[in-house]
Design a protein around this ligand. Structure first.
Ligand SMILES: CC(=O)SCCNC(=O)CCNC(=O)[C@H](O)C(C)(C)COP(=O)(O)OP(=O)(O)OC[C@H]1O[C@@H](n2cnc3c(N)ncnc32)[C@H](O)[C@@H]1OP(=O)(O)O
Length: 419
């Protein structure tokens, strides 16, 4: 693996936790207190930690970590109910003394090689600044929205919701990790992490930066149906008193539900807590929740980029999803960083829309860069809209439209677990 001059790429483990936290706190301008350090020890994926060490004294103290990163193992839902192994890139930081010397670039080359060797088809992340990642072939694959549901918004009725049980408990990572895993595994939305390693679960119950200091300990609402856990919401309340009386705030982070009935039951409970006037929640994809609100504008929905995705294995990415219309097309992919992705792929989806993907020398029908394919692969962005923006070419009129209809997904993608 090529490293920038004066540096070398290394693995590191928990014995270097203090150093890693120091690089992180410089990168993210954060104070990490004793509790936060304990959280880091539990939730940082030490087994996949990589860093860049100084090897030349003119660059800094020889042996010190100049940059760090790791990734969470997970499986990501694809359109049609399949899933693919993915690397959830996380805690990427370069100490300001060493920035803009190619350290991130070296870490990402290393990340791509190692993730591919493990058979991971996607690298996914939540971006601190999107501009960092576009040059490495990542694109925004899901949109995330935030809303404030206020108190008891009188959700529209959903058949079957009344019969579901809901209970509130104090969150306990040892007990409720299994609940979260059970719900995630049942979720069908493309972009959902349907299987995650322990570190993602640890992160759900952690607060390394003291974001929730002043709030109560994490609680969890659990809805069950005949098949077991069907929805959960991890939430924390903070009680404020104003001149007008109690004005408590509920922050839900994260939540997941398998269907509309479970969503209705869950939010009937968490938006109806005494002394609370605000219930802040993130929405992913085309969640049913906004459609249950009688006055969606009152929720003040805000949009932003959600999950960023980089395809590491084009053949797997095209082959592990279903298609919404027949397709028989040669797709030419350019990829400046992963040569095994580049070239022409013959994609055919048969009568039940499951695909075959083969390398071919035949002329292309559509041509696009890996970042454009990453934006479309979960069905979140249409190829027609990417073509309008000049990011997809066609060899003859109608090719983009046909492929676009095939790649669209019945459910808009979303990712409900941050990492
Ligand atoms: C998934 C996550 O963990 S997101 C968290 C990312 N981390 C942060 O935001 C913490 C604060 N920032 C940092 O730690 C660092 O500045 C990083 C990681 C963003 C960049 O690390 P560096 O080692 O400086 O990046 P590197 O030198 O490899 O830069 C590669 C290219 O990206 C550009 N670039 C890097 N960061 C940025 C940025 N924040 N904004 C704009 N361009 C950037 C560089 O200018 C360079 O461009 P070039 O190839 O045209 O010369």
């Amino acid at each position: 693996m090529t490293s920038p001059e004066g540096y070398s790429v290394v693995s590191f483990d928990e014995s270097r936790a203090d150093e890693m936290i120091s690089v992180f706190s410089w990168g993210f301008a954060q104070r990490v207190d004793a509790d936060g350090r304990e959280d880091f020890r539990r939730m940082f994926p030490w087994h996949r930690a990589r860093g860049i060490e100084v090897t030349d004294a003119s660059r800094g103290r020889v042996g010190e970590l100049a940059g760090v990163r790791s990734s969470h193992p997970m499986e990501l839902r694809t359109p049609g109910g399949g899933a693919l192994p993915a690397a959830g890139l996380t805690w990427v930081n370069v100490h300001p003394n060493h920035r803009r010397r190619g350290i991130l670039s070296a870490m990402l080359r290393d990340h791509f090689a190692r993730a591919r060797a493990r058979g991971e088809a996607f690298s996914v992340l939540f971006a601190s600044e999107p501009v960092i990642y576009t040059r490495f072939g990542y694109s925004c694959a899901t949109v995330q929205r935030s809303a404030d549901l206020r108190r008891s918004p009188r959700l529209r009725e959903v058949p079957g919701s009344e019969g579901l049980s809901v209970r509130l408990e104090t969150a306990d990572r040892h007990v409720h990790g299994a609940v979260i895993r059970a719900v995630q595994a049942r979720m069908s939305r493309p972009g959902t992490p349907v299987s995650v390693g322990d570190t993602v679960i640890e992160e759900v119950f952690s607060d390394p930066l003291g974001q929730f200091s002043g709030a109560e300990p994490a609680r969890i609402a659990i809805v069950e149906d005949a098949d077991g856990p069907a929805a959960y919401a991890v939430f924390r309340r903070t009680l404020h008193w104003k001149d007008t009386g109690a004005a408590g705030e509920v922050v839900v982070q994260p939540w997941g539900a398998v269907d509309a009935a479970a969503t209705h039951r869950l939010f009937s409970a968490v938006t109806n807590l005494d002394l609370m006037t605000s219930c802040q929640v993130a929405l992913g994809g085309d969640d049913v929740l906004p459609g249950l609100l009688p006055d969606v504008r009152a929720a003040g929905v805000k949009h932003r980029d959600g999950l960023w995705l980089r395809i590491l294995d084009v053949e797997a990415a095209l082959g592990a999803r279903t298609y919404s219309a027949p397709i028989d097309a040669v797709i030419e992919v350019t990829d400046a960083l992963i040569p095994t992705n580049a070239g022409r792929w013959h994609l055919r989806a048969n009568a039940d829309y499951t695909p075959t993907v083969e390398r071919t020398d035949a002329p292309y029908d559509i041509r696009l860069d890996i970042s454009a394919l990453g934006e479309a692969i979960l069905g979140g962005r249409s190829l027609t809209s990417l073509a309008d923006g000049g990011r997809v070419e066609e060899s003859s009129a109608g090719q983009v439209l046909r492929a676009s209809r095939a790649l669209v997904s019945d459910q808009a993608p979303g990712c409900n677990l941050a990492f």
